[in-house]
Design a protein around this ligand. Structure first.
Ligand code: GLY
Length: 336
């Protein structure tokens, strides 16, 4: 029996037996046990664990898979995977070496979400490389889900993170060049932007996700994008699947994109179909200027099926499953 039929039958059985508390509670506990067994069966069948990430980040997915193969959980995997890119100074859209805002400040946004639906986020975080790990600390060590700016930084330092200068020589040089014209409207590099988002399913079939970014290059001071906003940049529902976004955050926020992808999967769409529908909500808006920006989604469902789709060409997903760590070019909308 597939998962969808199983849940439907379980819920019908629950309705049919709603005549006595003892019977209902027995039915609920059986349902929970059956759901657990069903999840385990799915995991066995579908070649789990698996990890997917936005863009070409094989070292990051390799790190996450190393965690998963050592029986680590999906939360540890996505955190460790994202940290690889945050520490990579050559990547100019994440962590150390990220391109600054128009005033020369590198500010980071990140979030993380676990199998229980718990989440943590940091926005406008400065001087701390591993924003994703600070987001996890917010989730695990505070009563809040999001910390911003100086408060986030002070929390990170008090949690043991070392403050450092995140503006590398290469990013400073790029910023100096940008300042010559300093166009008010940020230019999107639709071929190479941006956020690293990662989703993993561990051997138990449990899903977690994370995403981390330095945001739009040369953004206005104080600007925050989609990446730390749960439901926009990232959403995980361990019963259904997960999604993460990359590209121009403003457009993702306006459509609550990652939540939308997961809800579309809940309604029966495959991860691929759900990503395509979420992109169509952006490009089919009246007066959409989608030709000027990129948005991409990746998604995974509980069965381990994956999908990716973007507005423009050159978006890719890295997928590590069954011993193969590969970059997969995404299909895209704008074929004109
Ligand atoms: N997707 C990253 C950002 O817009 O900040």
């Amino acid at each position: 029996m597939n998962r969808r039929k199983f849940i439907k039958n379980a819920s019908l059985t629950g309705v049919g037996l709603a005549v006595g508390n003892a019977i209902i509670s027995c039915d609920e506990s059986d349902s929970k046990k059956n759901i657990q067994e069903n999840n385990e069966a799915i995991a066995d069948l579908q070649g789990l664990p698996l990890v997917i990430a936005t863009w070409h980040v094989k070292e990051a997915t390799a790190k996450a898979m190393e965690v998963l193969q050592a029986d680590g959980n999906s939360l540890d995997a996505v955190e460790q995977g994202c940290r690889v890119e945050e520490a990579n100074e050559k990547g100019q859209s994440v962590g150390k070496g990220g391109l600054p805002d128009r005033d020369g400040n590198v500010t980071l946004d990140a979030c993380i979400m676990d199998k229980h639906g718990n989440c943590g986020a940091v926005v406008y975080l400065q001087n701390i490389t591993h924003a994703v790990s600070v987001a996890r600390k917010v989730m695990e060590d505070t009563p809040h889900v999001m910390l911003a700016g100086e408060g986030a930084k002070q929390f990170a330092i008090s949690s043991g993170f070392k403050p450092e200068d995140l503006l590398t020589d290469a990013s400073k040089e790029a910023w100096e060049k940008w300042k010559v014209e300093a166009k008010y409207k940020p230019i999107i590099n639709i071929e190479n932007h941006d956020t690293i988002g990662m989703l993993a399913i561990d051997k138990n079939g449990d899903i977690s996700g994370a995403c981390t970014t330095s945001g739009l290059a040369y953004k206005m001071g104080g600007r925050v994008g989609d990446s730390p906003i749960i439901g926009s940049g990232l959403f995980v529902d361990n019963e259904i699947g997960a999604a993460v976004a990359t590209g121009l955050g403003e457009e993702v926020v306006k459509t609550v994109g990652s939540f939308l992808v997961v809800e579309l999967m809940r309604q029966g769409k495959s991860p691929q179909e759900a990503c395509e529908e979420a992109i169509s909500r952006i490009v089919n808006k009246p007066n959409s200027n989608y030709k000027d920006f990129q948005v991409g989604y990746i998604a995974v469902n509980k069965k381990g099926e994956t999908g990716s789709y973007s507005i423009h060409q050159w978006f890719s997903m890295t997928k590590f499953q069954n011993g193969v760590n590969e970059q997969i070019q995404s299909d895209f909308f704008n074929k004109a």
